[in-house]
Design a protein around this ligand. Structure first.
Ligand code: XMP
Length: 333
């Protein structure tokens, strides 16, 4: 672990100039490390993997092979936007895998949150490994590891227990052992964002809210069904659009919709209409260990409620979750 510790003399990257210097340094390091070999990257579209992708495209161009796995639990238009940004915009060597059916078939009737997380994590590695095996001449694996990940693994090595088994890309199988390329491993999140913008990534993507690895899978509570998952995706898109319209998207740390597996009686077009409630969550936090609730103006809540209940099939109520962490966690599962 010693090599992975950030030297005390390392200056915090707060400006474009410092970011550019870091980028030049990393480009030289990556080129020296990989030579003319190929590098594989699981590109989720999250901030860290996106910044690694942009950096490596600059350093080694088509020697980088990005694999974007759509597990069917992405938010609305998310995979399409990854393709637009990297394949169309940066001419990346990008393989898109739509594994929706694989994931949703495995998750059918599974209601325990930790089991869902494990299935999603394991299947993700399988799908990614299947793609990696189809490729030839890959010698390196790039990862968007950042400094807090290193600190977290030190803590875990010391035997401290986690509340939830947050997964990202875990270990690959034995036959797929690559040398790692981790250009962001000494950076804190705020520095990664500054570097991302200096690399030309859009502001909204670099400052986007965190999104858990298991995606909408832990927000479609209990056993996931396609109709409830679709309703969740649409409702979440409306929430995000309205937060962007009124400036809350820039201000609130994390905001999303959760849909529990219960129905209540409602009315639509003068008839009984049984539907799910959409639960809105909007929290602020520094480190995700504790969180407080954003006081959303009532007018915004009314607009979101009206749009979700009118536009989303299957939802007849909207609730606002006022619970801080603790006693809640940020996610419901
Ligand atoms: P909780 O729910 O534990 O969430 O208060 C704290 C932060 O972690 C995110 N989260 C996850 N991230 N895999 C992830 O990559 C997961 O399984 C997972 N579960 C929660 C959550 O969105 C919040 O930002």
């Amino acid at each position: 672990m010693q090599n992975n510790l950030r030297p005390e003399s390392m200056e915090r990257i707060t400006t474009k100039e410092l970011a550019n210097a870091f980028i030049e340094e990393q480009i030289a390091e990556v080129r020296a490390q990989v030579g003319d070999k190929k590098v594989l990257l699981a590109l989720s579209g999250g901030v860290d993997s996106s910044v690694v992708a942009a950096l490596l495209i600059k350093a080694i161009g088509k020697q980088l092979v990005c694999v974007h796995v759509n597990h069917g639990l992405m938010r609305k238009d998310e995979s399409e936007n990854v393709i637009k940004l990297f394949k169309d915009g940066m001419d990346a060597n990008l393989i898109y895998v739509d594994a929706t059916d694989r994931f949703l078939d495995l998750l059918k009737d599974v209601s325990d949150p930790e089991t869902k997380r494990k299935i999603i994590g394991k299947e993700f590695i399988k799908v990614f490994a299947d793609e990696a095996r189809k490729l030839e001449g890959i010698s390196f694996l790039a990862q968007g590891t950042i400094y807090p990940d290193i600190l977290e693994s030190i803590k875990q090595a010391e035997g401290k227990k986690a509340v939830k088994s947050h997964h990202n890309v875990g270990g690959l199988p034995e036959d797929l052992q690559f040398e790692l390329v981790e250009p962001l491993k000494l950076l804190f999140k705020d520095e990664v964002r500054v570097v991302g913008e200096a690399l030309g990534l859009p502001h909204a993507m670099v400052y986007r809210q965190p999104f858990p690895g298991p995606g909408l899978g832990v927000r479609c509570l209990g056993a996931i069904t396609r109709d409830r998952l679709n309703a969740l995706r649409e409702a979440d898109a409306i929430l995000r659009e309205e937060f962007a319209n009124c400036g809350l998207a820039e201000k609130v740390w994390q905001y999303f919709v959760v849909i529990p597996d219960i129905k209540s009686v409602g009315v639509k077009d003068d008839s009984r209409y049984e539907g799910w409630p959409a639960i809105i969550r909007a929290v602020n936090t520094l480190d995700a260990m504790t969180a407080s609730i954003e006081e959303i103006p009532y007018a915004v809540l009314h607009k979101i409620t009206s749009r979700i209940t009118n536009e989303v099939e299957g939802i007849n109520r909207v609730l606002y979750d006022l619970t801080p962490k603790p006693s809640g966690t940020i996610e419901w599962e």
